[in-house]
Design a protein around this ligand. Structure first.
Ligand SMILES: [Mg+2]
Ligand SMILES: [Zn+2]
Length: 193
């Protein structure tokens, strides 16, 4: 074919998908400060219990994570991929599949274009998967997660796991909702219709 058009993410009968973007550390796994080793990964039980309900309701799931430990030389990109393979295996046991892990491996001082709060990954996902960001959600425990969602035009939920309580106390951001953990965040999302 001379002109192979890029395969369109949406068909003629476009149904924009809804998505939930999940921060990784402090939301789906414990935030233990620069985890680069699978052996240190502890999956958040509430995530294992709750995320399937989002899939059942038609949401697509994405993980969006800043891993500056790579840019700082604490661990490699391959180590990050290993952790994600482990998470995939653990979540597969409960019927949960993440469409994509979006990883910013850069040092904050690199001034890259992908580190949260920049909305690049969410916009990329929207284009590639045909997502309606206004009907999507970003869930995280840091101000940068909330700002990232707001910058991309999603609704936002601050969870109080990880460093979420400290983030709430700082009062720098106004999420649409504050939830005790990812399970309560899922409850709220499903109530929004
Ligand atoms: Mg986090
Ligand atoms: Zn980056």
């Amino acid at each position: 074919m001379l002109f192979s058009l890029q395969s369109p993410p949406m068909t003629m009968t476009t149904i924009a998908h809804r998505a939930v973007f999940l921060d990784r550390d402090g939301v789906v796994m414990h935030d233990a400060n620069y985890v680069g080793d699978v052996e240190r990964v502890i999956v958040v039980p509430a995530a294992l219990r709750s995320l399937k309900r989002l899939l059942d309701a038609g949401y697509r799931l994405f993980v969006v994570t800043n891993q500056s430990g790579v840019g700082r030389g604490y661990f490699t990109r391959e180590a990050v991929e290993k952790i994600h393979a482990y998470l995939d295996a653990e979540f597969a046991k409960v019927g949960v599949h993440f469409d994509r892990y979006y990883v910013c491996p850069h040092h904050p001082e690199d001034n890259c274009d992908c580190r949260k709060p920049k909305p690049k990954f969410l916009r990329e996902a929207a284009a590639e998967y045909g997502l309606d960001l206004a009907r999507s959600f970003m869930v995280g425990d840091r101000s940068t997660d909330i700002q990232c969602g707001q910058n991309a035009g999603t609704r936002t939920i601050l969870v109080l796991t990880g460093v979420g309580s400290e983030t709430l106390a700082k009062g720098e951001v106004q999420p649409d909702h504050v939830a005790a953990d990812i399970g309560h965040a899922v409850d709220w999302i499903l109530q929004q219709g």
